[in-house]
Design a protein around this ligand. Structure first.
Ligand SMILES: *[C@@H]1O[C@H](CO)[C@@H](O)[C@H](O)[C@H]1NC(C)=O
Ligand SMILES: *[C@@H]1O[C@H](CO)[C@@H](O)[C@H](O)[C@H]1NC(C)=O
Length: 166
């Protein structure tokens, strides 16, 4: 009987220990992200056709409805989340914008990494960009360059208090 009790206690301790380790390693999963999307069609006369729009909350791996970036560009956007992310970040969002401007080339893509928190200014009084972002350029038929900026405006985690079972 005492032996059974020992085994039971050992199993219980191991289980508690593994929960403890899991608790430290678990990075909450991203359920949705809202982006700021900026396009500059540099083929337009300066200052270009430049515009920023905010997207709705978008679900990973699902092609979004068409996003109109003023009259500069439009198309659906998709992204996947890598977690842990690249370069010691907790998350990397790999996004693709199916631009209506880019023809005969792969659509603009970039990797956006952050740690699941908003950034803080690094310099006293500096006017800095506090939203994690990535930038890419793409060309239409190989010569007209178009610039794309993607910022993370807002994100949602899966419920952090309930362990994900998948
Ligand atoms: C946008 O493109 C125009 C070229 O048409 C350029 O003059 C301008 O500097 C660009 N703006 C930014 C912020 O990249
Ligand atoms: C996230 O944290 C890592 C490790 O501390 C750091 O190297 C990285 O620069 C951070 N990312 C951002 C976007 O601040």
């Amino acid at each position: 009987m005492a032996q059974m009790y020992d085994i039971f206690c050992t199993i219980l301790l191991l289980q508690l220990f593994s929960w403890c380790i899991d608790g430290e390693d678990t990075i909450p999963k991203i359920r949705g992200v809202r982006f700021l999307l900026t396009v500059n069609d540099t083929w337009a006369d300066p200052p270009g056709c430049i515009k920023t729009v905010a997207t709705n909350m978008l679900t990973p791996k699902v092609k979004s409805p068409h996003i109109a970036v003023g009259s500069c560009d439009n198309g659906p956007l998709t992204y996947t989340v890598l977690s842990p992310g690249l370069n010691y970040n907790k998350y990397t969002v790999r996004l693709t914008f199916y631009s209506s401007v880019i023809e005969d080339a792969s659509p603009p893509t970039c990797d956006l990494s952050w740690n699941g928190t908003y950034l803080i200014p690094k310099k006293y009084g500096a006017n800095v960009d506090l939203l994690p972002s990535c930038f890419t350029m793409d060309s239409r038929e190989g010569y007209h360059m178009t610039s794309y900026w993607f910022h993370i405006l807002e994100w949602e985690f899966h419920d952090e208090n309930v362990p994900d079972m998948y």
